[in-house]
Ligand binder design. Structure first.
Ligand SMILES: NC(=O)C1=CN([C@@H]2O[C@H](COP(=O)(O)OP(=O)(O)OC[C@H]3O[C@@H](n4cnc5c(N)ncnc54)[C@H](OP(=O)(O)O)[C@@H]3O)[C@@H](O)[C@H]2O)C=CC1
Ligand SMILES: CC(C)(CO)C(=O)C(=O)O
Length: 329
């Protein structure tokens, strides 16, 4: 019997892209990676390397910086930072066939948030993450499956990913319907050793993750704190609780059911340990921060409903200031 999704592509071979690529390749799937520069060289030379709770894994992959060399895929994971997507669009064009299923493994408010569901803003794009709506015009349901990654991972060297926490992913159709392809995707990821769940309310998972990012990512840049420190330091407690309540308020206003008790949330966050958020990793490397998706887009959604998020606005502005000022010396 032919395997489900015979051609699997991954665009963006950083921490998340390498984690997915290594797990899929080690489960026997052929994976094609769209990568560039030093990462492309490392992947061609050494394959993709992952150290996780199951041990160290290394696998050969097909890698190229030219989409045409990889060709149309059945399944394409997008694993870049959110702000890199508009520029990525032309590069992934050759990977997109008429039936390619696209799965963005990307934090923050997705460009497709208002696509595929009914409601007051149905069909609109999110300007902060999709200026002019180019992404919404090219990558829309039914070509998309929503995804939320509950993962913490670093890439200490090109082509290498290291994680010490469990790997969990949630997938869902943007229109919330169950589907056969959703179940096939879930099964593929589960078979690769990543805990995978199919959801009929993907936006609930999106908000849960967004609240984790809103409470930790910008603050980690401002303070240099690890997740353990963000969620357990008495000095940060009041601020984190304020951010949490703002996130919960906005999620509820958008009709999300986020089942999250604040003490349990803080305890789970602290238990992630001394790991750096992806935003703090970017800041340490002097790279742009994902503040549009995790910050501005949240404020854009709040403004649509006339909701003020004063604490979130402050920490987003502070993180932007730190980013413009430059990396810590
Ligand atoms: N790291 C984590 O713990 C988690 C991250 N996430 C989210 O996952 C997403 C990916 O994050 P992460 O893997 O950490 O990010 P990384 O910065 O580690 O990886 C992104 C990769 O995309 C590559 N890339 C960007 N543009 C292009 C392009 N045009 N062509 C080819 N490659 C390109 C980058 O290449 P180059 O280096 O050359 O720029 C880089 O290798 C983000 O939205 C993040 O917030 C979600 C959960 C946890
Ligand atoms: C680890 C976590 C959950 C922190 O918010 C994350 O998603 C990130 O680092 O971007």
């Amino acid at each position: 019997m032919e395997a489900s999704f015979p051609r699997i592509g991954i665009a963006g071979a950083g921490a998340i892209g390498c984690t997915l690529a290594a797990r899929l390749a080690c489960s026997g799937r052929a994976v094609s990676l769209l990568a560039r520069g030093a990462t492309l060289e490392a992947l061609r030379r050494d394959g993709v390397r992952l150290t996780d709770r199951q041990g160290s894994h290394c696998a050969r992959v097909t890698a190229s910086d030219r989409g045409a060399e990889l060709g149309a895929q059945d399944l394409l994971f997008l694993c870049t930072k959110s702000h890199d997507l508009p520029a990525l669009l032309p590069s992934i064009e050759p990977l997109l066939g008429a039936d390619t299923l696209v799965v963005p493994v990307i934090n923050g408010v997705p460009w497709w948030y208002f696509l595929g569901e009914r409601g007051r803003f149905a069909g609109q794009h999110v300007e902060a993450v999709d200026p002019g709506g180019r992404l919404a015009a090219r990558l829309a349901p039914p070509q998309l499956i929503g995804c939320v990654a509950f993962i913490t991972v670093e890439s200490p060297a090109p082509g290498v990913a290291v994680t010490s926490n469990p790997l969990r992913m949630v997938f869902g159709e943007p229109d919330n319907r169950p589907s056969e392809r959703l179940e096939r995707l879930r099964a593929l990821i589960e078979a690769a050793g990543i805990e995978a769940r199919a959801s009929e309310r993907i936006r609930d998972a999106l908000w849960t993750k967004l609240i984790a990012n809103l409470t930790s990512n910008p603050l980690s840049v401002i303070s240099g704190a690890t997740l353990e420190e963000v969620y357990s330091s008495p000095d940060l407690h009041e601020l984190v609780c304020d951010l949490l309540h703002e996130g919960l308020l906005l999620a509820a206003a958008y009709g999300a059911r986020v089942e999250l008790d604040p003490p349990g949330f803080l305890a789970r966050g602290a238990a992630m340990g001394a790991v750096r958020t992806s935003m703090l990793q970017d800041h340490a490397r002097g790279r742009p921060l994902e503040l549009a998706a995790i910050g501005d887009a949240v404020l854009e959604l709040a403004a649509r409903l006339d909701i003020a998020l004063p604490r979130s606005r402050e920490i987003i502005a502070l993180a932007r200031f730190c980013s413009r000022r430059g990396r810590p010396r």
